[in-house]
Ligand binder design. Structure first.
Ligand SMILES: NC(=O)CC[C@H](N)C(=O)O
Length: 193
């Protein structure tokens, strides 16, 4: 199973460390050719405007959008969630615009810049240590979007079909369960792998 990590800016090596602990072949995605044969794609945290600018520069925006429409599983963490979102609060331009949610950038930041909290996640038996850094919040979700986790009644993890969006950074912990969950998701889509 080949799992790509969009490797333009942000927490790329941290996602790589997580994938190296699982039974998959990680691929650093910098150009369109790196998308060939992928069974899943992770969009890391970092700075969403920078990642988006580099995606345009490297001509990755449209090819990734196309693959999402074809059903390639994707997981966006923090800035990655913003990149996936269909609507961004008080911002007219969106990036991939494929995940049916409205996100608000730096929404927790106004209260607490960064923090770690144990959260309950649908599909995980034990609580997960979620690391939030200038994190976006999911303000609104479409009908087909499932909420996986909340913090103080605010949505911080969602799933819509093959797409997972997280406000926090599972790659900044030593807990590999979210990556495992994503890989299982990729495996169930690519049943012959
Ligand atoms: N840690 C993060 O990925 C922060 C995301 C950042 N606030 C953004 O808007 O892109």
């Amino acid at each position: 199973m080949k799992i790509g990590i969009l490797a333009l800016q942000g927490a790329v090596s941290e996602h790589l460390t997580m994938l190296n602990q699982l039974d998959v072949d990680p691929v650093l995605v910098k150009n369109e050719s790196d998308l060939t044969g992928l069974n899943g794609l992770i969009i890391p945290g970092g700075e969403s405007t920078t990642i988006a600018r580099l995606m345009h520069l490297n001509q990755l925006m449209e090819p990734i959008k196309l693959r999402a429409k074809q059903g390639l599983p994707m997981m966006g963490t923090c800035a990655g969630l913003i990149i996936l979102a269909q609507h961004i609060h008080e911002q007219s331009d969106v990036h991939l615009g494929i995940l049916n949610v409205t996100v608000s950038r730096n929404a927790f930041g106004r209260q607490r810049d960064s923090f770690e909290q144990l959260i309950t996640v649908k599909g995980l038996e034990e609580a997960f240590p979620a690391v939030f850094i200038r994190a976006p919040l999911v303000e609104d979700i479409g009908e087909d979007v499932e909420v996986l986790a909340t913090v103080d009644h605010q949505i911080v993890a969602v799933k819509q079909g093959q797409l997972i969006g997280l406000s926090f950074h599972p790659e900044l912990t030593s807990d590999v369960r979210f990556h495992q969950l994503f890989v299982e998701n990729c495996r169930s889509v690519n049943k012959n792998i």
